[in-house]
Write a protein that binds this ligand. Structure first.
Ligand SMILES: [Zn+2]
Length: 441
């Protein structure tokens, strides 16, 4: 990899130990107002006009209207935000960013009328990504993931979750997670959370005995990943083309016993009851949910699991079935939105475009989509006390946008302006953070 002049810098290393007051025309704090919530959209985004944020050691000490700034902060130096709107840094809580190879040729084949099944039988589909990922060195995996990360950094993503799931055997699964961890160490401003998704597909060598692979996940892969400190969460693709309910439950129980928090790819292609299982096991989220029914919604409401919407996959697969957003809203289930960036079903490199698609294709309101790429995404990753909102005690991961209205962020179909991000006591153009990622690619 090419050497970088900034290789020791990261999101926290630049934090200034001295206090500083950020001022902005408008904050969209994304805080949860709970019972105080109203139907007013600005109120739901926790907007504060003519605002100030007191920051020390990278943490927020005070937030409010600038006129009300307590005397204790009055002498602190000021850093006015360069644009009118300030939001928390974005959180992409569901990606498969680390992988080898490309599926562009398959995209072309599908558009020419070749079926997914024919492609899979000819060795394409997910198994082609598995072959390419197994064949890639860790350095190659990190480099290609760094190039992808640049796109997320440029639009203001500060935290990304990355799953394994293209190794499907112990050495390659662990190598994917090591690459993800390494990416987080290399890139300034990108916090990486890792998820073991060994139960993504049945590997070809276990095609006739998937139970053996489930044993291997529970008895070898999960413990090894936890021993090496490589995984924060575990995930399962519960679907008729992947793992059934019983197999999924075995994997998730084994993961919970090892102290991992749980996720699940649920109800994407069929109504399976996977979301109810996820809720019963206390999973942080159930993701996709195109076929989620009333019982699943109710189970998620009770468990507090977050519904993660992944419109990029629905768009790419040209699915007509949509997640029941209206039912989720009425039940008060929190909704997150993510890119699901992966080479097959969602080669989507923009979280703000995912937010736009959540509105246009799935029926979320703009404020729901924006909370979905900040506060709710943080909650899915267990980082709700750290990032995703502008509140006292949270990290001061702030973005400044040359926009007045937060709805602009998900109204545009791409083409959003590049924000500035507060790093230490400076507002840095996110294009610079992206350029640093490109240097590692
Ligand atoms: Zn996924």
């Amino acid at each position: 990899m090419s050497p970088s002049p900034h290789q020791h810098r990261n999101g926290s290393a630049g934090d200034s130990a001295e206090g500083r007051v950020i001022t902005a025309a408008r904050l969209a704090t994304m805080r949860d107002r709970g019972a105080a919530a109203t139907d007013d959209e600005a109120a739901r985004l926790g907007a504060i006009e003519a605002a100030a944020v007191a920051v020390r050691d990278g943490r927020i000490e005070w937030v409010g209207v600038a006129d009300g700034l307590p005397r204790a902060y009055a002498d602190w130096p000021r850093s006015p935000a360069p644009g009118p709107l300030v939001t928390p840094a974005l959180v992409d809580c569901h990606t498969h960013l680390v992988y080898g190879g490309s599926r562009a040729a398959e995209f072309e084949q599908r558009l020419s009328g070749v079926s997914y099944e024919q492609i899979a039988r000819a060795g394409g589909g997910i198994l082609s990504t598995v072959r390419a990922t197994r064949a890639a060195s860790r350095e190659e995996l990190v480099r290609s993931a760094a190039a992808r990360s640049a796109h997320l950094l440029r639009e203001g993503v500060g935290t990304v979750e990355i799953k394994s799931g293209y190794g499907l055997r112990i050495d390659s699964e662990l190598e994917m997670l090591r690459a993800a961890r390494e990416l987080g160490e290399l890139l300034p401003g990108l916090r990486v959370r890792t998820t073991l998704l060994a139960a993504h597909a049945v590997p070809p060598e276990h095609r006739d005995r998937p139970e053996r692979y489930v044993d291997e996940i529970c008895e070898e892969i999960l413990p090894a990943a936890v021993d090496e400190g490589l995984a924060d969460q575990a995930d399962v693709f519960c679907e008729n083309i992947a793992f059934d309910l019983e197999q999924s439950e075995r994997v998730l129980r084994a993961a919970a016993d090892l102290g991992l928090s749980l996720r699940m790819h649920a109800e994407q292609l069929s109504a399976s009851g996977a979301a109810e299982l996820a809720a019963r096991l206390g999973a942080r989220s159930a993701d996709h949910l195109e076929y989620l029914g009333p019982a699943g919604v109710e189970a998620m409401r009770r468990s507090g699991s977050v519904a993660v919407l992944l419109p990029g996959a629905l768009y790419t697969l040209r699915e007509t079935r949509r997640p029941p957003v209206e039912s989720l809203r009425r039940a008060g289930v929190e909704i997150a939105v993510a890119t699901d960036w992966n080479p097959g079903s969602s080669p989507l490199g923009s979280l703000l475009l995912a937010a736009n698609m959540a509105c246009t294709l799935l029926g979320t309101l703009p404020d729901e989509a924006l909370v979905g790429v900040t506060r709710a995404g943080a909650r899915v990753l267990g980082l709700e006390d750290e990032v995703g909102t502008i509140e006292v005690g949270r990290r001061a991961e702030l973005l400044s946008w040359p926009l007045e209205d937060p709805v602009e962020l998900c109204y545009r179909i791409g083409g959003q302006p590049t924000p500035h991000r507060l790093v230490g006591d400076r507002w840095i153009d996110c294009g610079e953070l992206a350029a640093e990622a490109v240097r590692w690619s």
